[in-house]
Design a protein around this ligand. Sequence first.
Ligand SMILES: Cc1cc2nc3c(=O)[nH]c(=O)nc-3n(C[C@H](O)[C@H](O)[C@H](O)COP(=O)(O)OP(=O)(O)OC[C@H]3O[C@@H](n4cnc5c(N)ncnc54)[C@H](O)[C@@H]3O)c2cc1C
Ligand SMILES: NC(=O)c1ccc[n+]([C@@H]2O[C@H](COP(=O)([O-])OP(=O)(O)OC[C@H]3O[C@@H](n4cnc5c(N)ncnc54)[C@H](OP(=O)(O)O)[C@@H]3O)[C@@H](O)[C@H]2O)c1
Length: 545
Amino acid sequence: MPDIMASPSTGDAMPQFDAVVVGAGFAGLYQLHCLRDRLGLSVQLLEAADGVGGTWYWNRYPGARCDSESHCYSYSFSKELEQEWEWSERYPRQPEILRYLNHVADRFDLRRSIRFKARVTGAEYDAGANLWRVTVESGETLSARFLITAVGCLSTANVAKIPGLETFEGKWHHTGQWPHEGVNFSGQRVGVIGTGSTAIQAIPVIAEQAAQLTVFQRTPNYSVPARNGPLTPEFQRYLKDNYAEIRRKMRESVNGFDFFISERSALEASEAERQALFEEAWERGGLRFRATFKDILLDKAANDTAADFIRAKIRSIVKDPVTAAKLSDIDHPYAAKRPPIDTNYFETYNRDNVSLVDVRAAPIERITPRGLKTTGGEYALDTIVFATGFDAMTGPLLRMNVTGRDGCRLKDIWSAGPRTYLGLQVPGFPNLFTITGPGSPSVLCNMPVAIEQHVEFITDCIAYMRTHRLSTVEATSEATEKWAAQVNEAANVTLLPQAKHSWYLGANIPGKPRVFMPYAGGMARYRRICEDVAARQYEGLALGA
Ligand SMILES: Cc1cc2nc3c(=O)[nH]c(=O)nc-3n(C[C@H](O)[C@H](O)[C@H](O)COP(=O)(O)OP(=O)(O)OC[C@H]3O[C@@H](n4cnc5c(N)ncnc54)[C@H](O)[C@@H]3O)c2cc1C
Ligand SMILES: NC(=O)c1ccc[n+]([C@@H]2O[C@H](COP(=O)([O-])OP(=O)(O)OC[C@H]3O[C@@H](n4cnc5c(N)ncnc54)[C@H](OP(=O)(O)O)[C@@H]3O)[C@@H](O)[C@H]2O)c1
């Protein structure tokens, strides 16, 4: 039996590394630290970019910042890191988060195990040798006993396929692949396609620079003010003194934040009480708005009270009634799509240089050399910004061309939608772990919390294998089927599947199977399930010698 913890070897049957980790965002960096520095394994991390940061490396568009509050959007594994790092704002901007992740990479000496500009283009399991052969873009192949993907849920940019883009004489950019040198919009006629979280952050900032901004909206969206601002020294002190308690709450909450969802029903409160509580939440700002009542995401009538409150706010902010109607004519329950938060989003439509085009009423026909043509007219543009989102969750995994036992391809077995055990493993793919994979809470949670939980589960599982001299771990088909049913069930008790155009369902990508991908049962419940699985010697995972 080969020793899974063998040091790097050049022999055919022995892998070069104990583990290859793919991706150097929040997830990959922590996974590398755990395997290399806690378990003492040989680890190679492969990253497509030329730096660390993941999301915060790629998304450099104007206005890019976190929607999670800074003190929640950080690692909890190091008390020293918590004490030495100081966040400047309630919601940190992209450069600040990127600085934080660079600091983590330096502080834990991670760079020496990372290979940058190394996009993984293939990964094949060799059953005879029990190892993964991982191919990078250059053609080189590395071998490892474990393959751990930390490729992110939102890392594959989706440039909407609109005919004629190649003929456009201006410039165009996708927000998730933003030029590092920035984009100067001064004097420009700019078109933004999309009104998701990204566009809602970018539009107010672009509007301040551009001569003219035209927003092409297909689906109107709810948004709640972020109420951003600098953190006071008193709050900074409070954080440092109370991190243990803050982290405890985050771990026990449904969405990985340091607050709990109210225990009150929106339908039991009187109209006056409800309005007062929504008003208070609107003034406080941020993602906590959806926690105002316990049934906002569970009961359509309760949801309507929140949705109506926000629609009324939109109509009160936006002065032109036609524009206000287009923005507030929202067709899905509040928070059934990821709810954006903003700084002056709706206010921006009161500017003279901003206009809104409803491309559901008059669909986009094509991009022309001079701009964009809808069935209602042609719009002259110098720059087009695609804020059209991502091939979320499965996109980055499928692009790696992963092949498991007996030549079985992930692409084929997921052709009707992803199926995993706990979002962590796939039957037929031994020793492959997928951090924040489909079927785990991931994007429904403040992600550093979901990431740390997955990384620690994987690390503990590998440590267990080492102790028991085991060399393969693979989800059983039976456990995977049962988990798929639980994922469906959890989604169906919420209103989440009712937003038919949501990327949670894969609906933003033409031809993608419509399957609700994240686990909607809550992070706290999911954590308990995983703890239980581990306590039962990794029940549902077949462990082999
Ligand atoms: C604009 C934006 C804002 C967000 N804001 C929040 C927020 O406020 N709160 C929150 O909880 N979450 C937020 N998210 C979600 C965010 O993605 C996560 O919080 C977190 O950063 C994910 O970390 P990760 O390491 O899992 O993945 P990522 O940060 O996406 O990193 C994945 C890395 O894998 C690399 N990679 C992918 N495929 C390959 C390959 N084949 N070969 C080599 N490398 C590869 C990528 O280049 C990337 O660097 C936001 C997402 C976006 C897009
Ligand atoms: N700070 C933050 O926390 C933050 C910021 C940005 C992003 N994010 C994360 O990233 C996720 C993705 O956000 P995103 O805004 O980048 O993407 P998104 O939510 O998928 O929004 C994409 C937008 O583009 C539109 N669109 C897509 N294809 C189109 C087409 N062919 N024609 C016209 N419109 C088209 C979509 O319309 P339809 O709705 O009709 O499809 C939608 O309005 C978020 O949900 C969130 O999880 C977080």
